[in-house]
Design a protein around this ligand. Structure first.
Ligand code: AHR
Length: 508
């Protein structure tokens, strides 16, 4: 028999706006993300615009990518931006010591990244080098990108072919400074963040939203130290704080870093353990937010989860430093769960970036170097199905009846997860049935408004391990969900086992 549940959806209890930036992305110079992924070079036989792969751009446009973080990750704190501008043949080469110890020829640099953002319609989120760079270097990069008129950096930019300044809304003050970004202690980093932020100027009308390195997972001392260092918000000398947000990184990893398990060869116990681990995002955000609330009750300082996602052992036979992994229905359900958590915390969580967009970790797209094929992953489809939440107003949902939480190891897992929003006369409900084996019959108890019609889509597959390949690109792809019927309380939605669905309600 199917499991049963009832969820109340209040159409007239609005919450905060779910920023589209919760659906942000991350592109690091790592494995096949930039080279072979986004960028194939102008000489490639793969259709491209100035080296940027056009099928990748076209696929990502389906997601309405709001922002793209670059150039790292750990790479950012070794990256010297001046090496990546000017004629390509003159750009110095370096070794990418973090990721595979391979040569980086700097052919994808600032101008190429900004062109990519323009093609995608995404806001750039640039992470400056605080770990091994200098204050002057970071300051000049901001000037090069965003200043108009006449100045040394403006002249350099124009000599490299770009007349007008770009708009750069998001700026990172280093990356993981507690680890690969310099192994700093919280107090030392907090001072550096203030110093670097001081010289990352707002040129003209470009306003930088500066994002400081935040905690590694549950490092609450780090968050508290950073919140003390933001400075007095609203005072005339520092009205917006020295930085406007702090970042949080949490990956869904099973086992140890040495043995994280296969992306595709796992059992049902691993599946449930994965979801419990993913749900820990809720605990982390709740606790970090509580600390932030003490220092910033008005919630001016944002929490930016700028690295999240699953991290498995690399695919057999691939470079261990390239972090290339497959992506199954399990990964899709991890993504759906994360979005429900981000939506629930939208008062504080203003932005998030999955790691990473192409060919690395929990990617949207995988490219096949042998055939040039492009594959959309199950995770891609969750981003596409949830697109209606971008900049929509959160609606209150509550699961009032449902299956018991499933005991998993020393913890437990809620088997139903959901969230909802409304925009332009439509309410969008996202719901996951995380039970590996049982169907779910969910009554959506719709209150506070009338519904004139509905459509629904579902993402599922015969097994949890199903994934997309060049040979079977649509093994996991959304289909119409035909099991939505009227119910005296609203709607009755029957969901297959292990599935993610979106129900779109046309409001009367
Ligand atoms: O996303 C891969 C790496 O994970 C990033 O470079 C780093 O910031 C994190 O540890």
């Amino acid at each position: 028999a199917p499991a049963t549940a009832r969820a109340v959806l209040d159409l007239d209890v609005p919450g905060p706006v779910l920023s589209r930036h919760l659906y942000g992305h991350f592109a690091e110079h790592l494995g096949g993300c930039i080279y072979g992924g986004f960028y194939v070079g102008p000489e490639s036989e793969i259709p491209n615009q100035d080296g940027i792969r056009l099928d990748v751009v076209e696929a990502l446009r389906e997601l309405g990518i709001p922002n793209l973080r670059w150039p790292g990750g750990c790479f950012a704190d070794e990256y010297h931006w001046k090496d990546g501008v000017g004629p390509k043949q003159d750009r110095p080469r370096m070794i990418n010591t973090h990721w595979g110890d391979v040569e980086e020829n700097n052919h994808f640099g600032t101008h190429e990244f900004m062109a990519l953002c323009e093609l995608l319609g995404a806001d750039p989120y640039i992470t400056g080098n605080l770990g091994s760079g200098t204050v002057a270097e970071m300051s000049e990069w901001v000037e090069y990108l965003t200043r108009d008129g006449d100045s040394p950096m403006v002249r350099a930019r124009r000599a490299n072919g770009r007349e007008d300044p770009w708009r750069v809304p998001f700026w990172g003050l280093g990356n993981e400074s507690w680890g690969c970004g310099g192994n700093q202690r919280a107090e030392a980093y907090a001072d550096l963040a203030r110093q670097y932020a001081t010289y990352c100027r707002d040129h003209g009308d470009n306003r930088l939203y500066k994002i400081a390195v935040g905690p590694d997972q549950d490092d609450y001392h780090w968050t508290e130290t950073l919140m003390k260092a933001v400075g007095t918000l609203g005072c005339s000398r520092n009205p917006r704080g020295y930085f406007q947000a702090i970042a949080l990184h949490m990956y869904t990893v099973l086992g140890s870093w040495e043995h994280k398990g296969s992306a595709t060869a796992f059992d049902t116990d691993d599946y449930y353990a994965t979801l419990v681990r993913a749900a820990r995002m809720d605990e982390l955000i709740t606790r970090h937010s509580s600390i932030m609330d003490c220092y910033d009750p008005g919630r001016q300082v944002g929490l930016v989860v700028d690295e999240w996602g699953t991290w498995w052992d690399v695919e057999p036979g691939t470079n261990p430093g390239f972090l290339y992994q497959q992506n199954t229905l399990r990964d899709a359900l991890v993504a759906g769960l994360h979005f429900d958590i981000f939506h629930a915390h939208a008062e504080r969580v203003v932005m998030a970036n999955i790691a990473q967009t192409v060919n690395v970790l929990q990617a949207m797209l995988l490219t096949d170097p042998a055939t040039n094929a492009l594959v959309r992953t199950p995770t891609f489809h969750v981003f596409a199905m949830n697109r209606g939440h971008h900049d929509a107003t959160r609606l209150r949902t509550a699961l009032v009846e449902g299956p018991d939480a499933r005991p998993v190891g020393e913890g437990s897992l809620d088997l139903v997860s959901l969230s909802a929003s409304r925009k332009d006369g439509t309410a969008l409900v996202s719901v996951s049935n995380l039970d590996a084996d049982r169907e779910l019959e969910l009554v959506l108890d719709v209150r506070g408004g009338a519904v004139a019609g509905h459509t629904a889509r579902v993402l599922t597959a015969p097994t949890l391990q199903t994934h997309n390949t060049a040979e079977q690109p649509d093994a996991v792809a959304p289909t119409e969900l035909t099991t939505v019927t009227d119910d005296p309380r609203g709607l009755r939605v029957t969901l297959p086992a292990h599935s993610f669905a979106t129900v779109s309600l046309t409001l009367a």
